[in-house]
Design a protein around this ligand. Structure first.
Ligand code: HEC
Length: 198
């Protein structure tokens, strides 16, 4: 299913500024990326991060499938994985994904014929789905929660009985994440001594 992604328009705060101090406060608030504190609504739903395309890009999987005879779809799908910059900085120092980590998996339809291309696949403009994997040990049993994002509205956590949790816990090589498929992050964890092959 196609999902609309928020384009993230900036606030009107420069127009609203009157004195210097209120201006600085307003502009500062507009420029700051959403912090950990406001990622969630009071009732625990995740606000979709509108700026994830400016986060750290970890990898793209192409047509990945986890069974021997996967259903054929007739089209290519890329999954692009991003992580928030503050957690990436912490990861580089420790080799662990810290509390507050937010991963976004963006499924994007692939295309093969277009412009000069005659072979292989490139990514199209069509986003098929957006999912999040969030670490917060105070909030989630097991430390991590999954979300399917749909447009601008805050998303409810996917129930712990869903297959997401079982597969990620059984096969994710680092802290229930699939860092084995993110080559630069994997190398950092190997160097930090936090790596276990899976
Ligand atoms: C059968 C195994 C399996 C199941 C079930 C599964 N995933 Fe994943 N997931 C993967 C693999 C493998 C990757 C790595 C993808 C890549 O390399 O591009 C991944 C990556 C992710 C990522 C990127 C961050 C990370 O943890 O590595 C998110 C977000 C994600 N999955 C969300 C979900 C959600 C939400 C569900 C349930 C609706 C789900 N997954 C179910 C195997 C699974």
């Amino acid at each position: 299913m196609r999902r609309k992604i928020r384009s993230g328009s900036d606030s009107l705060s420069p127009l609203l500024c009157a004195g210097l101090l209120p201006c600085l406060v307003l502009l500062g608030a507009a420029a700051a990326p959403p912090g950990q504190a406001d990622r969630f609504t009071a009732d625990g739903r995740l606000r979709p991060p509108s700026d994830y395309r400016e986060w750290v890009f970890l990898s793209s999987g192409l047509d990945m499938a986890y069974t021997d005879n996967p259903a054929t779809t007739g089209h290519a799908v890329f999954d692009n994985v991003f992580v928030d910059p503050a957690s990436w900085t912490a990861f580089k120092a420790t080799g662990h994904w810290p509390d507050g980590t937010v991963f976004i998996l963006e499924n994007r339809l692939g295309a093969s014929q277009g412009s000069i291309n005659r072979q292989g696949h490139f990514q199209s403009g069509e986003v098929l789905g957006l999912e999040a994997h969030v670490r917060d040990t105070t909030r989630f049993k097991g430390g991590w929660g999954f979300y399917a994002l749909n447009g601008d509205g805050p998303a409810r956590m996917i129930d712990r009985t869903a297959a997401c949790y079982a597969c990620h816990e059984a096969h994710g090589a680092l802290d229930t994440t699939f860092t084995q498929f993110y080559p630069v992050a994997r190398a950092i964890a190997v160097k930090a001594g936090t790596w276990q092959d899976r």
